[in-house]
Write a protein that binds this ligand. Sequence first.
Ligand SMILES: *[C@@H]1O[C@H](CO)[C@@H](O)[C@H](O)[C@H]1NC(C)=O
Ligand SMILES: *[C@@H]1O[C@H](CO)[C@@H](O)[C@H](O)[C@H]1NC(C)=O
Ligand SMILES: *[C@@H]1O[C@H](CO)[C@@H](O)[C@H](O)[C@H]1NC(C)=O
Ligand SMILES: *[C@@H]1O[C@H](CO)[C@@H](O)[C@H](O)[C@H]1NC(C)=O
Length: 213
Amino acid sequence: MAGRNHSAWLLIATTLLFAATATAQQNCSSAKFTSGRSFQSCTTLPVLGASLYWTYHASNATADVAFRAPQSADGWVAWGINTGRFAGMAGSSVFVASQDGNGAVSVLTTYLESTAPSLTNNTLKLAVPAGPAAEYAGGAYTIYVTVALPGNSTVQNTVWQAGPLSKGQIAPHPTSAANLLSAQKLDFLSGGRSTGATKSKLSRRNLRGFHQG
Ligand SMILES: *[C@@H]1O[C@H](CO)[C@@H](O)[C@H](O)[C@H]1NC(C)=O
Ligand SMILES: *[C@@H]1O[C@H](CO)[C@@H](O)[C@H](O)[C@H]1NC(C)=O
Ligand SMILES: *[C@@H]1O[C@H](CO)[C@@H](O)[C@H](O)[C@H]1NC(C)=O
Ligand SMILES: *[C@@H]1O[C@H](CO)[C@@H](O)[C@H](O)[C@H]1NC(C)=O
């Protein structure tokens, strides 16, 4: 039974990857940002309707990042970098944008110790030279932040997510296929992303992690 389930997930993963390859060709450079911000590179992320925009500075190994993802006003979105051995939720340093009942947007910057994290603010395991800031417009959050790329490596395991609020608090994200596939290796220098084969293995590992967690 477990084996059959895994096969089904892998098929979904593969299908989504082919879709991702197609959508990645689209022009994301037409996106607009507030305060005159602009970015040199962008990529349409394979799931959750999200996009990532960035400018990499080789001189100091930092990246100015904008993460944009659709979400209802009573939900949260997050983007981050996993500094652990495996790409996935646990071991990620993330920026979580949400808003209160008055539409005031705030960002939680937190290190995820496990798949049941404490969500303690200001616990990141990476340096943040500028930001974060976030805004909500047109049914989408945008998170702006400058990160020092861990280990001075342009290749990072990036993660992103979207989930609901419960009584104004960040509640666990759904465990649909899309929510379990929201991780990928990204080269901030070339814009290159993980291949299909790597990604499939990665998703299976994530899935196993969630079952164990
Ligand atoms: C992408 O969009 C930008 C802004 O609209 C435009 O200047 C650029 O030429 C487009 N690039 C391609 C490859 O279509
Ligand atoms: C990062 O590595 C590059 C290439 O080795 C080097 O030139 C640069 O000084 C390093 N930057 C930092 C912040 O360590
Ligand atoms: C986290 O802490 C920062 C800095 O103290 C603050 O600006 C931000 O609003 C806090 N985030 C939340 C969600 O409380
Ligand atoms: C990193 O380098 C860029 C480009 O030279 C510069 O604009 C930025 O202020 C630098 N950031 C830090 C934290 O030194």
